[in-house]
Design a protein around this ligand. Structure first.
Ligand code: GLA
Length: 385
């Protein structure tokens, strides 16, 4: 991204003066899917690409928002922030400002220009990227950088839940706010304790594959899965004192599985318990440099998301199947909510070009649209540049 070009754009919009520049990444989840809202472990990382935000304080209490990606311009008054569907992406920033203000943090007038290169609707968390960008801007401009990072990402999640109305878990905002270069984050979504693992893939590379199927309709299914998990938990709670499904281990599952009369609920619970177990194993394997075994777990995770949690669909299954047919690919799985969006693959570096060619050709033939590929490194969390 050419920052001089963005600065010129900012000056054209808002005039000359001081400009501060922030960057907030996208994210992928390496493993641990549909686990955050079940209180278990996830293992995401921040990406190299994301959203830039250029900003200047104003003397009044107005917020001007403009994006290089969309024509819509938004102006709001800090003391009267309400959700407006037509404000589109602007609502993510509005929501964050509102929640931070309500929580007693200092907020003030700003001129903001954002510019992002996370494909929209690809499941790489473009919206969480914008939210955490806004959170970090508020922290640096008005609160001397004193807001605790975990508190900051929790408030951004609240903005998405309460203001935008999407019932997501904590994983995306956390990975984007707390991410570190070349590191994955093992996050316990119940306690929010976390530790980093250096991601050393030796002569393998992480390839992100976009099915280019937008995640339309996904929200309703997402909520359906959450409800099925809650139903499962309710049944378990009758016999065991637990707060969430991830407090159960595989032995518990085997003891309790006959209690689930609803086959779907049983399958969802089985996925959650085994996936949580896989995440802990995956973290150990990465720390021990066992990349091939790590790859095996990605495949197991995808199969479970396909057969038990049922959130993959034709496009994601096709792209993962094709990836696994390629020489040099040792693991692949969908990442994020599912139903479309992206998958990841771990591929031998010197085979990446032929891998992309093969998957692109066969996916296009089968599905009728071309997939996209991103070779992103693991990037830093959101911060001032
Ligand atoms: C979406 C949500 C996350 C998480 C994933 C599934 O990305 O925003 O909170 O639940 O789906 O793992």
């Amino acid at each position: 991204m050419n920052l001089d070009y963005l600065k010129d754009g900012f000056i054209k919009l808002y005039g000359d003066g001081e400009i501060r520049i922030f960057h907030s990444p996208g994210r992928v989840n390496l493993i641990g899917e549909h686990i955050d809202y079940n209180g278990g472990y996830v293992f995401p990382c921040a990406l190299d690409f994301g959203t830039y935000g250029l900003v200047r304080k104003r003397k009044d209490r107005k917020i001007n928002l403009c994006s290089m990606n969309f024509p819509k311009r938004v102006q709001v008054d800090i003391d009267n922030i309400v959700y407006e569907a037509e404000d589109d992406w602007g609502n993510y920033i509005k929501g964050v400002i509102k929640i931070f203000g309500e929580e007693g943090y200092n907020v003030g007038g700003m001129d903001i220009l954002i510019s992002g290169n996370i494909p929209n609707g690809a499941g790489l968390s473009s919206s969480a990227s914008v939210e955490v960008l806004a959170g970090v801007i508020i922290d640096e401009l008005f609160n001397n950088g004193n807001i605790d990072k975990v508190e900051l990402v929790k408030l951004c999640q609240r903005a998405e839940n309460e203001f935008v109305g999407v019932n997501c878990g904590i994983m995306d905002q956390f990975a984007i706010g707390i991410g570190r270069k070349n590191k994955g984050i093992l996050l316990d979504c119940y306690t929010l304790k976390y530790q980093y693992a250096y991601i050393e893939l030796r002569d393998f590379t992480l390839v992100i594959m976009n099915t280019n199927k937008r995640r339309a309709l996904s929200e309703s299914k997402y909520n359906e899965r959450r409800m099925e998990c809650e139903e499962g938990l309710k049944i378990i709670k009758n016999i065991k004192n637990v707060e969430n499904l991830c407090q159960l281990d595989i032995e518990d599952y085997n003891n309790f599985k006959d209690l689930f009369f609803n086959e779907n609920v049983k399958k969802r619970v089985e996925h959650v318990i085994y996936e949580n177990h896989r995440v802990k194993k995956a973290f150990e394997l990465i720390n021990e440099g066992k990349v091939e075994e790590f790859g095996e777990l990605l495949i197991e995770s995808h199969m479970s998301l396909k057969n038990l949690y049922e959130v993959t669909g034709k496009e994601l299954d096709t792209i993962v199947d094709l990836a696994l047919k390629c020489e040099g690919c040792i693991g692949a799985r969908m990442t994020g909510a599912g139903f479309g969006g992206c998958a990841i693959a771990i591929v031998k570096q010197y085979r990446v070009a032929e891998f992309i060619e093969y998957v692109k050709e066969h996916y296009s033939k089968k599905i009728g649209c071309e997939p996209s590929f991103y070779l992103s490194g693991i990037g830093e969390g959101a911060k001032e540049c």
